[in-house]
Design a protein. Structure first.
Length: 375
């Protein structure tokens, strides 16, 4: 593939395929545009040579139409949720005109609406890029214009870890079904979606093991989590043969935000998010001395597998040992808090002695004695 410039300034495309030269004028003196035309000519010739099916690309299609086709083909709830946010901005744009400059304007637009993090905008753009990849697969676009888009690196934030005191206050403030869900989050580290879709059929009571029914990630699917004594007792009490474990009036639960915020207010504790239960579980495992790979296995994280990792697997006895360490650590923390409360409360003999030595009480007793003598 090469370009030749004629004396008139117009570029000409010269392409060699199987020893045969193909010449064609690009019709332009703009070298950048001529290179694009030259590349397109080569793609057409290669497709014709190997009898590749030609696609009728439609870069002029509006994004609103593409989104409608994407939803009709079947999509995940996460994509539908994100489409509600990005569709008003991109609806009237041609899919072939979506470029980096438009993405920069969209980012500025989102920041102007309200205070949001870069991670939130990254989620929007990941959804947009996924839909454009789908458009390429369907033959609407020859290539994804956002395939090399670099997402903004979000700033790291401190993840709050729930203290045992706050946990106790929160559990007292929650209603029954919310309390059960919270205990599950604290004792298993499962994600909200995993908890709400968990089935009774995937609880192995004889082995005291939970097999995750549905996960957000492939690495988290069907992982086994040993049950703590507290969570096992809860499940044994509510045990059913089939169906969802966590329901409200027999119906599936889809949202927790409203009830969760109300319980936080009633408990009078700092504003935790439900996802903070997951970081709390991880931090407690760390405090209990559980190694990183075991924590990742329990939480369903990817372990960045290399050649050696392909032949390694965290066995169930190791996971049981990790949960045992967690329970021992929690019991130790509770004993420490109990001893601190005892130390802060003086013995009854000291309380009585301090009352005897109180000058106000001594003065009142002397006055009372004088009144008795007078009478």
């Amino acid at each position: 593939m090469s370009l030749w410039r004629r004396p008139s300034g117009i570029y000409e495309s010269h392409i060699m395929i199987d020893g045969e030269r193909y010449r064609k004028s690009t019709g332009t003196s703009n070298k950048r545009l001529a290179m694009l035309i030259d590349k397109k000519n080569e793609e057409e010739l290669v497709a014709k040579r190997f009898q590749v099916e030609e696609h009728e690309f439609n870069p002029a299609m509006k994004f609103s139409e593409l989104a409608t086709r994407f939803l009709a083909a079947g999509s995940k709830p996460w994509h539908r949720e994100r489409l509600n946010i990005i569709l008003p901005y991109f609806a009237g744009m041609e899919i072939g005109q979506i470029r980096r400059s438009i993405i920069d304007r969209y980012r500025a637009h989102r920041h102007s609406q309200k205070k949001i993090t870069e991670s939130t905008i990254n989620h929007d753009l990941q959804c947009l890029r996924h839909i454009l990849y789908w458009a390429v697969d369907q033959g609407f676009l020859p290539d994804n214009p956002l395939k090399r888009l670099r997402l903004e690196k979000p700033r790291r934030k401190k993840r709050p870890v729930m203290s045992l005191d706050d946990e106790e206050k929160l559990l007292l403030a929650l209603v029954d079904h919310q309390k059960n869900i919270t205990i599950c989050g604290l004792d298993t580290g499962m994600r909200r979606g995993e908890i709400l879709s968990q089935l009774w059929e995937d609880i192995d009571f004889p082995r005291r093991v939970l097999s995750v029914t549905h996960s957000k990630t492939a690495g988290g699917e069907s992982r086994e989590i040993p049950l703590t004594k507290r969570f096992f007792a809860l499940l044994a009490k509510e045990r059913k043969p089939t169906g969802l474990i966590f329901t409200f009036d027999g119906k599936p639960i889809h949202q927790l935000k409203t009830g969760w915020k109300a319980a936080i207010r009633r408990a009078g504790i700092r504003p935790y998010r439900f996802k903070d239960l997951r970081s709390t579980f991880n931090s407690r495992l760390l405090e209990a001395g559980v190694i990183k790979d075991v924590r990742k296995e329990l939480m369903g994280h990817s372990r960045n597998e290399d050649t050696n990792d392909l032949y390694s697997h965290i066995e169930l006895p190791t996971l049981r040992e990790a949960i045992g360490k967690l329970e021992q650590w929690l019991e130790g923390q509770k004993r420490k808090e109990g001893s601190k409360e005892l130390e802060s409360t003086p013995p009854q003999s000291e309380q009585r002695q301090s009352l005897k030595d109180d000058p106000l009480l001594i003065n009142e007793e002397s006055q009372e004695t004088k009144r008795v003598r007078v009478n």
